[in-house]
Design a protein around this ligand. Structure first.
Ligand code: SF4
Length: 373
Protein backbone atom coordinates (compact mmCIF):
# COMPACT_ATOMS: atom_id res chain seq x y z
CA UNK A 1 0.00 0.00 0.00
CA UNK A 2 1.37 3.44 -0.89
CA UNK A 3 1.43 6.29 1.59
CA UNK A 4 -1.15 8.12 -0.48
CA UNK A 5 -3.57 5.20 -0.09
CA UNK A 6 -2.86 4.98 3.64
CA UNK A 7 -3.30 8.71 4.10
CA UNK A 8 -6.57 8.76 2.19
CA UNK A 9 -7.84 5.96 4.44
CA UNK A 10 -6.51 7.52 7.66
CA UNK A 11 -9.34 8.11 10.11
CA UNK A 12 -7.90 10.65 12.53
CA UNK A 13 -11.13 11.55 14.32
CA UNK A 14 -10.11 10.13 17.73
CA UNK A 15 -6.63 11.61 17.50
CA UNK A 16 -8.11 14.93 16.43
CA UNK A 17 -10.29 15.00 19.51
CA UNK A 18 -7.13 14.54 21.61
CA UNK A 19 -5.74 17.75 20.12
CA UNK A 20 -8.41 19.73 21.96
CA UNK A 21 -8.35 17.64 25.15
CA UNK A 22 -8.75 19.65 28.36
CA UNK A 23 -8.72 16.67 30.70
CA UNK A 24 -5.49 17.16 32.66
CA UNK A 25 -5.78 13.73 34.32
CA UNK A 26 -4.89 12.11 30.97
CA UNK A 27 -1.66 14.11 30.86
CA UNK A 28 -0.90 13.33 34.51
CA UNK A 29 -1.35 9.63 33.73
CA UNK A 30 1.11 9.92 30.85
CA UNK A 31 3.68 11.65 33.03
CA UNK A 32 3.30 9.38 36.06
CA UNK A 33 3.91 6.28 33.95
CA UNK A 34 7.53 7.37 33.26
CA UNK A 35 8.21 7.71 29.57
CA UNK A 36 4.91 7.88 27.70
CA UNK A 37 4.10 5.19 25.18
CA UNK A 38 5.52 6.00 21.75
CA UNK A 39 3.24 6.92 18.88
CA UNK A 40 0.42 9.06 17.59
CA UNK A 41 -1.87 8.79 20.62
CA UNK A 42 0.79 10.32 22.88
CA UNK A 43 1.75 12.88 20.24
CA UNK A 44 -1.82 14.14 19.87
CA UNK A 45 -2.39 14.34 23.64
CA UNK A 46 0.86 16.19 24.26
CA UNK A 47 -0.15 18.90 21.79
CA UNK A 48 -3.42 19.54 23.63
CA UNK A 49 -4.37 22.51 25.82
CA UNK A 50 -4.39 20.09 28.76
CA UNK A 51 -0.66 19.37 28.24
CA UNK A 52 0.27 23.05 28.01
CA UNK A 53 0.08 23.32 31.80
CA UNK A 54 2.71 20.58 32.26
CA UNK A 55 5.59 21.87 30.16
CA UNK A 56 8.05 21.82 33.06
CA UNK A 57 7.39 18.14 33.83
CA UNK A 58 7.37 17.21 30.14
CA UNK A 59 10.63 19.12 29.58
CA UNK A 60 12.34 17.09 32.30
CA UNK A 61 11.21 13.82 30.72
CA UNK A 62 12.15 15.02 27.25
CA UNK A 63 15.58 16.15 28.36
CA UNK A 64 16.29 12.79 29.99
CA UNK A 65 15.02 10.85 26.98
CA UNK A 66 17.01 12.98 24.53
CA UNK A 67 20.17 12.34 26.55
CA UNK A 68 19.53 8.56 26.62
CA UNK A 69 18.76 8.21 22.90
CA UNK A 70 20.92 10.92 21.32
CA UNK A 71 23.59 11.88 23.88
CA UNK A 72 24.49 15.42 24.84
CA UNK A 73 25.30 16.55 21.35
CA UNK A 74 24.02 19.00 18.74
CA UNK A 75 24.88 18.31 15.11
CA UNK A 76 25.68 21.42 13.10
CA UNK A 77 24.80 21.89 9.44
CA UNK A 78 24.68 24.73 6.95
CA UNK A 79 22.27 25.38 4.08
CA UNK A 80 23.73 26.53 0.74
CA UNK A 81 21.34 27.89 -1.88
CA UNK A 82 22.05 26.81 -5.45
CA UNK A 83 19.35 28.82 -7.23
CA UNK A 84 16.37 31.04 -6.52
CA UNK A 85 14.76 30.35 -9.91
CA UNK A 86 11.26 28.95 -9.54
CA UNK A 87 8.36 28.09 -11.83
CA UNK A 88 5.82 27.81 -9.03
CA UNK A 89 3.49 30.36 -7.54
CA UNK A 90 3.46 29.87 -3.79
CA UNK A 91 1.73 32.82 -2.17
CA UNK A 92 3.92 32.72 0.95
CA UNK A 93 7.43 32.66 -0.58
CA UNK A 94 9.80 35.35 -1.79
CA UNK A 95 11.03 33.15 -4.64
CA UNK A 96 7.51 32.85 -6.11
CA UNK A 97 7.52 33.06 -9.92
CA UNK A 98 5.65 36.38 -10.16
CA UNK A 99 8.09 38.18 -7.88
CA UNK A 100 10.28 40.45 -10.01
CA UNK A 101 13.44 39.82 -8.09
CA UNK A 102 17.03 39.32 -9.05
CA UNK A 103 17.40 35.63 -9.94
CA UNK A 104 20.59 33.67 -9.69
CA UNK A 105 21.71 30.12 -10.35
CA UNK A 106 25.21 29.21 -9.27
CA UNK A 107 27.63 27.54 -11.64
CA UNK A 108 30.10 24.88 -10.52
CA UNK A 109 32.87 27.29 -9.57
CA UNK A 110 30.51 29.55 -7.59
CA UNK A 111 29.11 26.49 -5.81
CA UNK A 112 32.58 25.22 -5.01
CA UNK A 113 33.51 28.63 -3.58
CA UNK A 114 30.51 28.44 -1.24
CA UNK A 115 31.52 24.89 -0.26
CA UNK A 116 35.10 25.93 0.48
CA UNK A 117 33.89 28.83 2.60
CA UNK A 118 31.61 26.60 4.69
CA UNK A 119 34.26 23.90 4.97
CA UNK A 120 36.69 26.49 6.35
CA UNK A 121 34.10 27.53 8.90
CA UNK A 122 34.12 23.89 10.06
CA UNK A 123 30.94 22.51 8.49
CA UNK A 124 30.96 18.92 7.22
CA UNK A 125 27.19 18.50 6.77
CA UNK A 126 25.70 20.49 3.91
CA UNK A 127 22.12 21.08 2.85
CA UNK A 128 21.85 22.09 -0.82
CA UNK A 129 18.69 24.17 -1.32
CA UNK A 130 16.99 25.58 -4.42
CA UNK A 131 13.80 26.95 -5.85
CA UNK A 132 11.78 24.60 -8.00
CA UNK A 133 12.46 25.48 -11.65
CA UNK A 134 11.61 22.65 -14.05
CA UNK A 135 14.21 23.56 -16.66
CA UNK A 136 17.00 25.15 -14.64
CA UNK A 137 17.13 23.20 -11.38
CA UNK A 138 16.94 19.73 -12.88
CA UNK A 139 18.31 16.62 -11.20
CA UNK A 140 21.24 16.80 -13.66
CA UNK A 141 22.01 20.35 -12.51
CA UNK A 142 21.81 19.26 -8.85
CA UNK A 143 24.16 16.34 -9.63
CA UNK A 144 26.69 18.81 -11.06
CA UNK A 145 26.49 20.90 -7.90
CA UNK A 146 26.92 17.78 -5.77
CA UNK A 147 30.11 16.90 -7.67
CA UNK A 148 31.43 20.43 -6.97
CA UNK A 149 30.88 20.26 -3.21
CA UNK A 150 31.49 16.57 -2.55
CA UNK A 151 35.21 16.85 -1.66
CA UNK A 152 34.40 19.25 1.17
CA UNK A 153 31.60 17.44 3.03
CA UNK A 154 30.97 14.04 4.57
CA UNK A 155 27.19 14.35 4.29
CA UNK A 156 25.18 16.10 1.57
CA UNK A 157 21.43 16.66 1.83
CA UNK A 158 19.18 18.19 -0.81
CA UNK A 159 16.08 20.33 -0.47
CA UNK A 160 14.77 20.82 -4.01
CA UNK A 161 11.68 20.09 -6.08
CA UNK A 162 10.52 16.51 -5.60
CA UNK A 163 12.16 14.22 -8.16
CA UNK A 164 11.31 10.83 -9.66
CA UNK A 165 12.75 7.74 -7.95
CA UNK A 166 15.26 7.18 -10.77
CA UNK A 167 16.48 10.78 -10.38
CA UNK A 168 16.90 10.28 -6.63
CA UNK A 169 18.84 7.08 -7.37
CA UNK A 170 21.19 9.03 -9.66
CA UNK A 171 21.69 11.66 -6.97
CA UNK A 172 22.41 9.01 -4.34
CA UNK A 173 25.05 7.52 -6.64
CA UNK A 174 26.60 11.01 -6.96
CA UNK A 175 26.94 11.28 -3.17
CA UNK A 176 23.67 12.69 -1.83
CA UNK A 177 22.77 10.80 1.33
CA UNK A 178 19.87 12.83 2.75
CA UNK A 179 16.57 14.20 1.51
CA UNK A 180 14.73 17.15 3.04
CA UNK A 181 11.21 17.63 1.79
CA UNK A 182 8.33 19.41 3.45
CA UNK A 183 4.75 18.83 2.40
CA UNK A 184 4.22 22.48 3.56
CA UNK A 185 0.66 21.58 4.64
CA UNK A 186 -1.31 18.34 4.66
CA UNK A 187 -4.58 20.30 4.38
CA UNK A 188 -5.58 19.77 0.75
CA UNK A 189 -7.78 22.87 0.61
CA UNK A 190 -5.15 25.18 2.03
CA UNK A 191 -2.53 23.52 -0.19
CA UNK A 192 -4.62 24.36 -3.26
CA UNK A 193 -5.19 27.95 -2.08
CA UNK A 194 -1.49 28.75 -1.58
CA UNK A 195 0.01 26.82 -4.51
CA UNK A 196 -1.57 28.57 -7.44
CA UNK A 197 0.59 27.62 -10.43
CA UNK A 198 3.36 25.23 -11.37
CA UNK A 199 4.15 21.60 -10.77
CA UNK A 200 3.97 22.07 -7.02
CA UNK A 201 0.18 22.21 -7.36
CA UNK A 202 0.36 18.42 -7.54
CA UNK A 203 -0.20 17.59 -3.86
CA UNK A 204 -0.08 13.81 -4.35
CA UNK A 205 3.23 13.83 -6.24
CA UNK A 206 4.84 15.77 -3.41
CA UNK A 207 3.23 13.56 -0.77
CA UNK A 208 4.86 10.45 -2.24
CA UNK A 209 8.33 12.01 -2.61
CA UNK A 210 9.70 10.79 0.77
CA UNK A 211 8.74 7.24 -0.24
CA UNK A 212 10.53 7.66 -3.57
CA UNK A 213 13.57 8.95 -1.70
CA UNK A 214 13.53 5.96 0.66
CA UNK A 215 13.16 3.54 -2.29
CA UNK A 216 16.19 5.27 -3.83
CA UNK A 217 18.17 4.45 -0.64
CA UNK A 218 18.46 7.87 0.92
CA UNK A 219 20.14 7.34 4.30
CA UNK A 220 18.29 10.16 6.05
CA UNK A 221 14.96 11.84 5.38
CA UNK A 222 13.76 15.04 6.98
CA UNK A 223 10.12 16.11 6.82
CA UNK A 224 7.86 18.79 8.25
CA UNK A 225 5.12 21.34 7.70
CA UNK A 226 5.35 25.09 7.40
CA UNK A 227 3.74 26.06 10.68
CA UNK A 228 1.18 28.82 10.27
CA UNK A 229 0.35 28.05 6.65
CA UNK A 230 -2.82 26.21 7.63
CA UNK A 231 -5.06 27.59 10.39
CA UNK A 232 -4.86 24.33 12.34
CA UNK A 233 -1.11 23.79 12.75
CA UNK A 234 -1.73 21.10 15.38
CA UNK A 235 -3.69 19.01 12.90
CA UNK A 236 -1.03 19.64 10.26
CA UNK A 237 1.62 18.40 12.71
CA UNK A 238 -0.51 15.35 13.52
CA UNK A 239 -0.76 14.47 9.82
CA UNK A 240 2.98 14.93 9.47
CA UNK A 241 3.45 12.60 12.45
CA UNK A 242 1.20 10.04 10.73
CA UNK A 243 3.40 10.33 7.62
CA UNK A 244 6.63 9.94 9.60
CA UNK A 245 5.22 7.06 11.62
CA UNK A 246 4.22 5.30 8.38
CA UNK A 247 7.67 5.92 6.86
CA UNK A 248 9.43 4.64 10.00
CA UNK A 249 7.48 1.38 9.83
CA UNK A 250 7.85 0.83 6.09
CA UNK A 251 11.40 2.13 5.54
CA UNK A 252 12.86 1.30 8.93
CA UNK A 253 16.49 1.49 7.82
CA UNK A 254 16.23 5.22 7.10
CA UNK A 255 17.04 7.76 9.83
CA UNK A 256 14.31 10.38 10.18
CA UNK A 257 14.15 13.91 11.45
CA UNK A 258 11.52 16.59 11.63
CA UNK A 259 11.81 20.33 11.15
CA UNK A 260 9.45 22.90 12.60
CA UNK A 261 9.75 25.99 10.41
CA UNK A 262 7.38 28.84 11.20
CA UNK A 263 6.28 31.13 8.40
CA UNK A 264 8.43 34.23 8.52
CA UNK A 265 8.89 37.44 6.61
CA UNK A 266 9.59 37.15 2.90
CA UNK A 267 9.13 39.38 -0.11
CA UNK A 268 5.39 38.72 -0.29
CA UNK A 269 2.56 40.19 1.76
CA UNK A 270 1.33 36.76 2.86
CA UNK A 271 -0.04 36.77 6.40
CA UNK A 272 0.19 33.49 8.35
CA UNK A 273 -3.16 31.79 8.89
CA UNK A 274 -2.22 31.02 12.49
CA UNK A 275 0.10 32.43 15.09
CA UNK A 276 2.42 29.79 16.45
CA UNK A 277 3.92 31.15 19.66
CA UNK A 278 7.29 30.33 21.17
CA UNK A 279 5.48 28.37 23.87
CA UNK A 280 3.67 26.39 21.16
CA UNK A 281 7.01 25.52 19.55
CA UNK A 282 8.37 24.28 22.88
CA UNK A 283 5.27 22.15 23.46
CA UNK A 284 5.48 20.78 19.93
CA UNK A 285 9.14 19.80 20.34
CA UNK A 286 8.37 18.02 23.62
CA UNK A 287 5.50 16.17 21.93
CA UNK A 288 7.74 15.05 19.04
CA UNK A 289 10.51 13.91 21.38
CA UNK A 290 8.33 12.01 23.84
CA UNK A 291 6.18 10.35 21.18
CA UNK A 292 9.05 9.57 18.78
CA UNK A 293 12.21 9.15 20.90
CA UNK A 294 14.59 8.25 18.05
CA UNK A 295 13.55 11.08 15.76
CA UNK A 296 16.08 13.83 14.99
CA UNK A 297 14.69 17.34 15.57
CA UNK A 298 16.09 20.24 13.52
CA UNK A 299 15.89 23.87 14.51
CA UNK A 300 17.02 26.46 12.01
CA UNK A 301 18.15 30.08 12.18
CA UNK A 302 14.59 31.15 11.33
CA UNK A 303 14.07 30.97 15.08
CA UNK A 304 15.34 33.64 17.50
CA UNK A 305 18.55 33.12 19.43
CA UNK A 306 16.96 33.02 22.90
CA UNK A 307 14.54 30.28 21.82
CA UNK A 308 17.22 28.18 20.09
CA UNK A 309 19.44 28.46 23.17
CA UNK A 310 16.60 27.41 25.45
CA UNK A 311 15.81 24.38 23.31
CA UNK A 312 19.29 22.87 23.65
CA UNK A 313 18.85 19.81 25.85
CA UNK A 314 15.06 19.72 25.51
CA UNK A 315 14.87 17.55 22.40
CA UNK A 316 16.63 19.32 19.53
CA UNK A 317 19.43 17.31 17.87
CA UNK A 318 20.40 19.39 14.80
CA UNK A 319 20.97 23.13 14.40
CA UNK A 320 21.95 25.27 11.47
CA UNK A 321 24.25 28.21 12.11
CA UNK A 322 25.48 31.33 10.35
CA UNK A 323 23.04 30.63 7.52
CA UNK A 324 22.54 32.47 4.26
CA UNK A 325 19.30 31.97 2.31
CA UNK A 326 20.44 33.45 -1.01
CA UNK A 327 22.37 31.72 -3.81
CA UNK A 328 26.05 32.56 -3.40
CA UNK A 329 25.25 34.37 -0.16
CA UNK A 330 28.34 33.24 1.76
CA UNK A 331 30.98 34.52 -0.67
CA UNK A 332 28.95 37.24 -2.32
CA UNK A 333 26.18 38.45 0.01
CA UNK A 334 23.28 40.53 -1.31
CA UNK A 335 23.88 39.46 -4.91
CA UNK A 336 20.38 37.94 -5.11
CA UNK A 337 17.25 38.01 -3.03
CA UNK A 338 17.05 35.94 0.12
CA UNK A 339 14.21 33.46 0.47
CA UNK A 340 13.51 34.78 3.96
CA UNK A 341 15.29 36.69 6.71
CA UNK A 342 17.02 34.61 9.29
CA UNK A 343 16.47 35.63 12.92
CA UNK A 344 19.47 34.13 14.70
CA UNK A 345 22.37 35.94 13.04
CA UNK A 346 25.13 34.86 15.43
CA UNK A 347 28.23 33.30 13.99
CA UNK A 348 29.05 29.64 14.40
CA UNK A 349 31.65 30.27 17.15
CA UNK A 350 28.94 31.92 19.26
CA UNK A 351 26.60 29.00 18.65
CA UNK A 352 29.27 26.52 19.71
CA UNK A 353 29.95 28.52 22.91
CA UNK A 354 26.26 28.40 23.77
CA UNK A 355 26.04 24.67 23.06
CA UNK A 356 29.08 24.01 25.27
CA UNK A 357 27.87 26.31 28.02
CA UNK A 358 24.77 24.09 28.22
CA UNK A 359 26.86 20.97 28.75
CA UNK A 360 26.55 19.71 25.17
CA UNK A 361 29.09 19.01 22.46
CA UNK A 362 28.81 20.53 18.98
CA UNK A 363 29.32 17.81 16.36
CA UNK A 364 30.45 18.72 12.84
CA UNK A 365 30.60 15.25 11.41
CA UNK A 366 28.89 11.99 12.30
CA UNK A 367 29.06 10.14 9.03
CA UNK A 368 31.53 9.06 6.37
CA UNK A 369 30.32 7.45 3.12
CA UNK A 370 33.01 4.72 3.39
CA UNK A 371 31.14 3.38 6.43
CA UNK A 372 28.78 1.60 4.06
CA UNK A 373 31.64 0.33 1.91
S1 SF4 B 1 8.23 27.68 -1.69
FE1 SF4 B 1 9.64 26.65 -3.09
S2 SF4 B 1 8.42 26.15 -4.86
FE2 SF4 B 1 7.28 27.72 -3.76
S3 SF4 B 1 7.91 29.67 -4.66
FE3 SF4 B 1 9.26 29.27 -2.91
S4 SF4 B 1 11.03 28.24 -3.80
FE4 SF4 B 1 9.37 28.12 -5.31
Amino acid sequence: MSFLESFNAFDSSVLQSNLTCEDTSRIEDLISSGYPQEGLETFSLLMSPAASGYLEELAQLSSQLTFERHGKIIRLYAPAYMSNECTNTCTYCGFTMENKISRKTLDESEMEAEAKYLNKRGFRQLLLVSGEHQKIVTSEYVAKMVRSVKPYFSSIAIETAPFRQSEYEDLVSEGVDSLTLYQETYDRDVYAQVHLRGKKKNYDYRLEAPSRGAEAKMRKISMGVLLGLAPNWRLDSLNCAFHLDWMMKKYWRVQYSVSLPRLCESETDYKPAADVSDKDIVQLILAWRLAFPDLGINISTREPAFLRDGLIGLGVTHMSAESSTEPGGYCNPESALKQFDITDERNVDDIISIIESRGHEAVWKDWEPCLIG
